[in-house]
Design a protein around this ligand. Sequence first.
Ligand code: SF4
Length: 490
Amino acid sequence: METHQPLLTKTTFLKLLQCEKALYLNLHKPHLKDPTPPELKHRFIQGHKIGALAQLLFPGGIDISKLARTNAQRLQLTIQYINDSQKVLYEATLAHQNLLVMVDILVKTDSGYNAYEVKSSTRISDTYTRDAQLQYWVLQHSLKEPVNMHLVFINPEYQLQTSFDIQAYFKINPITITDVDSEFINQTLQRGINILQAPRSPQILPGKQCTKPYRCDFHQYCNPLSSKHGIPIPQLPVEVTQSWIKQDVKDFMDLPLLDLPPKYQSMYQAVKTNAIVYDLKFLKKWLQLVSENVIALDIETWTSPKPEIENTRAWESIPFLAAVYGQKEYSATVFTSHTESDQRYYFINEVLKLTEEYASVLVYDKTLETQTILKLGTLFPALNAKCQKLCHKFCDVFDVFKNAAVYHPEFKHQFNLKQVSRVLNPHIKLDQPLQHGIDALMAFQNYRDSNNPIIKEITETDLKAYCVNDARMTFELYNSIKNIVQSANQ
Ligand code: SF4
């Protein structure tokens, strides 16, 4: 069994298949990576939790990742435990021909080994099968015994009943691997080593590979046009954007105006004049949809890979907080912890009461609010008609900004509620303990996990303040749009 330090891991091997430059930058210039979005970080944490939960399906194992820090140490330790006939290993680390893999769960059987790859997803995708082929190739060669590959993922049908049933929660699917292209793997490994040992990065222009199958970690670095004004290359045919880069265009403002879609032309004007630009026709049409009898609504939801509330499934989106904000600084909230039981009926009833007297309900990106309310309507048929009616009253303020019907150069191509509000309504304070939806989600999880009444009270106050502020920002943006139109008409 080989113990030398390999150069590629399963992750970097797959990175190489996506783009040679990404592989090089990953090793030699990791500081150039885009910042990891908080949502992705949260997803990683949840993935680790599911990995730990899946280990309970095969209890009594040794976790190699907890006993050794470097890959070389992990390799050595894994081999040691295998030679000692350890039955179950977690994060077993094995290598063959410069390729290193870590197996989530490795179980010794009478006839060989069972390997389990754990996914925190409820669906199997083709990329999982491709990953499994690489694992299989390494295990088959390094263990020199028959290996059966399996995928462990979350059963999408599983609903929590009185107590959590781990056997019903996970699904285990065997993966049949009939043919692994050893020549291809060997050639790819050699190509990877050559790239990593080269004196400089391969010269590769951005293209379709930057987002397929995953968004590349070096997206911002490779897209120099986005640096100054925050405006990325528009979604145009790859040949058009590549020709700009070949012409050494370094700035969004150096792009040929005629090539740009209308939305980008207004951004161009805003940057050029360093002033707000707007599409009066669009704004007037949008305002016609909004009644004077209007209120803004914001809803926060929580999701967990392991269901914690009876009759809910993994990753199900559970609403727990809503806030409304309207004329004369009126605001109100609905908060439900779902700690003792499922309180979604109470939640939707209260939201319907808070909004029923208004003809229009402002939201910022109606996707989440619409999905949440319609789902609650399906769950509680007696309220379905009222839920449908509420959704019909939604007026999406985000439509204005995502279409650049109002664009300020300081938006820097970011249209999220905080960024737009920060520029147009700087009087609204944003220095709250919770800054993003993901912060609210994690705070709510802490609330549920905590037994300390003081922590619970502080967290509830922070959550409500966060949600009211979002509703307020939405309402004030509506006022800003009205002011723009009124000023233009004078
Ligand atoms: S952003 Fe695109 S070109 Fe740059 S390293 Fe990533 S995949 Fe390659």
